[in-house]
Design a protein around this ligand. Structure first.
Ligand code: AMP
Length: 220
């Protein structure tokens, strides 16, 4: 399947996308992760992206569309992919439709995850990430077994993401409301949207999402 995980920052797109990709064997394409890696490598694109990310702003559509065009053409994406963090604007969604059509492919589903803003703010302030495998933990719902260390990399200390600082989170939520939330209508209009609650334990959200996807697969 080719699918999109849509939703505000902190709703669990990364956590759910990672699990879906592990269980189903679909490539996980996280555009935020790609940009953070480029930032760590210090490429010109990465440094420019980091400036935008640290301010809670989006990176330009042109750059993002180019990145996704290349990434979705790689071999591991041929059996299916999960897009986490793309598209984030209507022009990105239109470019993705055009790109898939060009390749004779189609988008199978758009899973829209949602949760109230108070919950998102709480989760983002509690979020910690493993610098090696990028797995996200949360003191509330998905705490690491050993306090401040990654379960799979016990020697590594978990870190907060720079853009999870409270003022950046406020800006990211505003950007989401203004530029990304319109995609719910965009995909809803053509019947591709599956609405799944992002509230509750990650395991329960995952089960609900899988049931919705299985029902969608049967419809086709
Ligand atoms: P994420 O890891 O998905 O929360 O993304 C972190 C940051 O990367 C965002 O706040 C944006 O600055 C940037 N970013 C990720 N994906 C996109 C995209 N599709 N379009 C524009 N900016 C993006």
């Amino acid at each position: 399947m080719r699918l999109i995980l849509l939703g505000p920052p902190g709703v669990g797109k990364g956590t759910q996308g990672r699990r879906l990709s592990q269980v189903q064997g679909w490539a996980l394409i996280s555009t935020g992760e790609m940009l953070r890696e480029a930032g760590t490598r210090g490429t010109p694109l990465g440094l420019e992206a980091r400036r935008r990310m640290d301010a809670g702003q989006l990176v330009s559509d042109e750059i993002m569309i180019g990145l996704v065009r290349e990434r979705t053409a790689l071999d591991d994406a041929s059996k299916g992919f999960v897009l986490d963090g793309f598209p984030r604007t209507v022009p990105q969604a239109e470019a993705l439709d055009a790109l898939l059509e060009e390749r004779g492919q189609r988008l199978d589903a758009v899973v829209s995850l949602n949760a109230p803003e108070t919950e998102l703010v709480r989760r983002l302030s509690d979020r910690r990430e493993c610098p090696v495998c990028k797995r996200a933990y949360n003191r509330g719902s998905s705490a690491p077994k050993n306090g401040a260390h990654c379960d799979d990399h016990p020697e590594v200390e978990l870190k907060s993401r720079a853009d999870d600082a409270p003022e950046t989170v406020r800006e990211r939520l505003k950007v989401y409301r203004e530029q990304t939330a319109p995609l719910i209508d965009y995909y809803g209009r053509c019947g591709r949207l599956l609405e799944v609650t992002g509230l509750g334990e990650p395991d329960a959200v995952f089960r609900t999402m899988q049931e919705a996807l299985a029902a969608r697969q049967q419809d086709r």
